[in-house]
Design a protein around this ligand. Structure first.
Ligand code: GLY
Ligand code: MN
Length: 457
């Protein structure tokens, strides 16, 4: 936990920005996996963590701006809880650690909000992303699923704060990034043909566990890297495969790391793998070079896509004008996702508040295949932390579909692409902090170039 002053300052700024009404924070509860006492890994809501710091289930909180009062609602543990879970500080003691002096039993929030509504106070709430949030909104405010009128003032005020990482947050993010880098470096050392994908996943996840960290999202460790979010780990690694890893650590304070790497199953890349890999590295490095305050991230994405098209033209896989190909969306056959996303307390930071507000500052998103998956497009500002993760993939079903539909035949040499349908996919990902003058990579460096990767094999 940070000092109580941090949480008090964060709440004070939020109150000032929203101006009036009541801000409602729904903490997350425990969830049974297959029965109540066998629960999923507990994760507090990130906005609750940011303003109230307490990673315990069964809590909710309000900031009553009109009364200038912050209240945490929860229940003291019973002797039964203590027998099974051990001694715990009281709710009052926990709340004092984050500078909150008012605590009330959990069931009193209903009458608090009821009275507030009767007084005509606006109750601001956030988009629900768990069934329990929907149930609570129904219980507390009588709002049923699909009828939410979430508060844009609240959402935008939070994004305005959480987008700019403080020095103490960067320290935590960098801890997560260092562990994340070690996870990837370990995988690069252990991967051998004949291993199961889950053995590699286990080796890298053990690094996070041994560092006292958790995972910031479910690990991707696959010989089928062309499937963007492939969580299946049951295949056997064969000679000649490319192995794609996208994995990250979450430190106890809740901050995330998120990196990707692509490793040859053999000790070296084949010539064909190296050609595509080098192109992906060029996309990555050109993007990193462009990072600075003021540049719209969509421009960096366009740049990465143009670099790819130029390289694919040299390999005989694409043709035509690169600018036109990118504008029209032909590159998305091989690069169907965005260039990166904000990262912080969530691996896709604040995504639950709405991508259009987090990544586009309220401007509309493209609906074009590929470009529509760009999570971050707005101009970068000092203090932003985001990923850089271009990729090149050969997705057989997508190639077949576009070929059949004769899509972008002026830009794509389908006959040449046919020979790559068994290639797989390549993605490398690093995490960056935008500084006053440019950008700084966060965490230890993981091998990126083919020489750097092969040196660990
Ligand atoms: N690391 C997974 C993702 O960025 O979607
Ligand atoms: Mn990512």
């Amino acid at each position: 936990m940070f000092s109580k002053e941090t949480y008090m300052q964060r709440r004070a700024l939020l109150k000032k920005t929203v101006g009036s009404g009541i801000l409602l924070f729904l903490g997350n509860d425990e969830h049974g996996l297959n029965y109540a006492d066998n629960a999923f890994r507990y994760r507090q809501d990130s906005t609750f963590l940011y303003y109230f710091g307490l990673a315990f289930s069964g809590l909710s909180a309000i900031i009553d701006i009109d009364e200038d009062k912050d209240v945490i609602f929860g229940d003291e543990l019973t002797i039964d809880h203590i027998v099974w879970m051990g001694t715990q500080p009281t709710l009052k003691e926990k709340s004092e650690l984050v500078g909150v002096t008012h605590t009330m039993p959990s069931d009193t929030i209903v009458s608090y909000l009821h009275k507030a509504a009767q007084k005509g106070q606006t109750i601001h709430y956030l988009p629900p992303y768990r069934a329990e949030h929907n149930l609570k909104l129904l219980e507390l405010l009588g709002i049923s699923v699909g009828h939410e009128k979430v508060s844009l003032d609240f959402i935008r005020a939070i994004i305005k704060q959480r987008s700019y990482k403080s020095q103490e947050e960067i320290v935590e993010i960098e801890k997560a990034c260092d562990i994340t880098a070690d996870m990837h470096i370990t995988a690069m050392k252990v991967l051998r043909p004949g291993m199961k994908e889950y053995e590699v996943a286990a080796a890298l996840e053990a690094v996070a566990a041994a560092a006292g960290a958790d995972l910031s999202f479910p690990t991707i460790a696959t010989i089928n890297g062309q499937t963007l979010h492939n969580h299946y780990h049951g295949n056997t690694v064969k000679p000649g495969d490319l192995f794609l890893i996208d994995a990250g650590a979450e430190v106890p304070m809740g901050y995330a790391g998120d990196m990707s790497s692509t490793i040859p199953a053999d000790k070296t890349f084949t010539l064909r793998q190296k050609e595509i890999y080098d192109l992906q590295v060029a996309m990555h490095l050109e993007s990193v070079k462009a990072l600075k305050p003021g540049i719209p991230f969509v421009d960096v994405y366009d740049l990465s896509a143009r670099v790819m098209v130029e390289g694919m033209k040299q390999l005989g896989l694409m043709k035509g004008d690169a600018d036109d190909a990118v504008r029209e969306g032909a590159h998305a056959l091989f690069y169907p996702h965005g260039l990166g996303h904000m990262m912080g307390l969530d691996v896709h930071d604040m995504e639950n508040l709405g991508e259009v507000w987090v990544g586009y500052d309220g401007k509309p998103k493209s609906t074009l295949f590929g470009r529509k998956s760009l999570r971050l497009a707005r101009p970068l500002e000092a203090g932003f932390v985001h990923t850089i993760e271009p990729g090149i993939y050969f997705i057989p079903e997508l190639i077949d579909l576009w070929k059949e539909e004769k899509r972008f035949v002026d830009f794509i040499n389908y006959d040449a692409v046919e020979a790559y349908k068994n290639f797989g996919g390549i993605r490398n990902e690093e995490d960056y902090l935008i500084t006053e003058t440019g950008a700084r990579r966060l965490g230890k460096k993981i091998p990126l170039t083919t020489d750097e990767v092969e040196a660990l094999r």
